[in-house]
Design a protein around this ligand. Structure first.
Ligand SMILES: [Zn+2]
Length: 379
């Protein structure tokens, strides 16, 4: 008998398969509805009718009309997407993954709508102001502004945005703090803080992340993780997050985003120019009835780039995993935390190859565990 130890691949439960399949259908339906809505608005010319409505409502004030148009568009898409979002809320409950009451969910929906409206409002106003003032170079200036906006958002997210939905507090656990300091010193770096993320008010799932930029950079650990995992397991999770920091993954992702959005804005300019000059669909680029076309370009581009961006993210995750093995020096806590996470979050440990390739930002749990075992064998 061969004595080579092969860890058996745990089969995913029927429950986990069903849950993840439902979630994929949900995401797919959501994308299709968004796409169809934009296409219909453009093909039927209803977008022009909505623009006229916004202009009348704004007493011909251009900036206010742009805002009204954004508001109408967001209300329509919210109304059409609401049943799916409610289904998503029910789905988490059906699989016993959520603690959130309906009222709290509804309140979160309202908040995200208002935040989305404020952000979209600012961005769209700026875009159309640039199109009016500098029709030749609007896309280049827009890109530079967008970049500044992305950096600002990354910085503000953990201190302004996340606290609107969850409570955070500095981690009190002295033993974990001590371990983190040792890990940080080994990395020759400093993390500005570790925060307990009160996720259990809304979810039974566990999670952890590195967030922020510069002074707001911090590791957040869900209470659902802190309460149920051993110190060794939490240390492995911390080391993984520290790996993201050491490899500067947030900054690198911003650079990648910058390159993509530069191309995206250039493409949007070309498409809009074609629609205006060749197809005479709009009076000019500044005609905000062309907004659905602008969104359509960015939606299609993000969809096409999804496999590449997910592959890049999985590469980063593998790097952070390796960092974790090296700094902790043993892989057992990592492996047990991975298995626990999969169990708790009802994640598929072995998703279909195409699912992982197309949709997953993290490598499959079985692959991460296999990498850990391979690392242990070679060290
Ligand atoms: Zn990670």
């Amino acid at each position: 008998m061969a004595t080579t130890q092969i860890t058996p691949v745990p089969a995913d439960s029927l429950e986990s398969r069903r849950y993840n399949r439902n979630k994929r259908w949900l995401g797919f339906a959501d994308a299709v509805i968004g796409f169809v809505l934009l296409a219909v608005l453009l093909a039927t010319g209803w977008t022009g009718w909505l623009r006229d409505l916004a202009e009348r409502g704004a007493w011909q004030n251009y900036s206010f009309a742009v805002f009204l148009y954004v508001l109408i568009l967001m209300l329509i898409s919210k109304a059409i997407g609401a049943p799916l979002e409610y289904y998503g809320f029910r789905l988490e409950h059906r699989y016993n993954l959520s603690n959130q009451k309906f009222r709290s969910w509804l309140w979160d929906e309202c908040k995200s709508f208002l935040i989305g409206l404020a952000m979209a409002g600012i961005v769209v106003e700026l875009l159309y102001m640039l199109m009016r003032e500098t029709p030749q170079h609007w896309w280049l200036i827009a890109w530079a502004v967008f970049l500044g906006f992305a950096v600002l958002l990354a910085q503000l997210a953990p201190v302004v945005l996340f606290p609107m939905f969850y409570k955070f507090e500095p981690l009190e656990n002295e033993e974990l703090k001590r371990r983190l300091i040792v890990l940080s010193e080994r990395a020759g770096t400093r993390v500005r803080g570790v925060y307990k993320w009160h996720l259990s008010e809304k979810s039974k799932k566990a999670n952890a992340a590195l967030t922020g930029l510069g002074a707001t950079r911090r590791i957040i650990l869900a209470d659902t993780l802190l309460d149920n995992y051993s110190d060794d397991e939490i240390e492995a999770v911390l080391a993984h997050e520290l790996g993201h920091h050491v490899h500067r993954h947030i900054l690198k992702s911003i650079f990648v985003q910058a390159a993509i959005t530069l191309f995206g804005f250039w493409l949007a300019n070309e498409v809009l120019r074609y629609a205006v000059e060749t197809r005479h669909m709009f009076a000019g680029m500044y005609d905000f009835a062309d907004l659905p076309l602008l969104i359509l370009v960015s939606t299609v581009l993000s969809f096409l780039l999804m496999p590449a961006l997910n592959a890049y993210s999985r590469f980063n995750e593998r790097q952070a995993d390796r960092y974790c093995f090296e700094s902790v020096g043993s892989v057992e806590p990592f492996i047990s935390s991975m298995n626990k996470l999969a169990e708790q979050n009802l994640a598929e440990k072995t998703p279909a190859r195409w699912v992982e390739w197309l949709l997953h930002s993290h490598p499959a749990i079985t692959r991460r565990v296999a990498a850990a075992e391979a690392w242990a064998k070679s060290h």
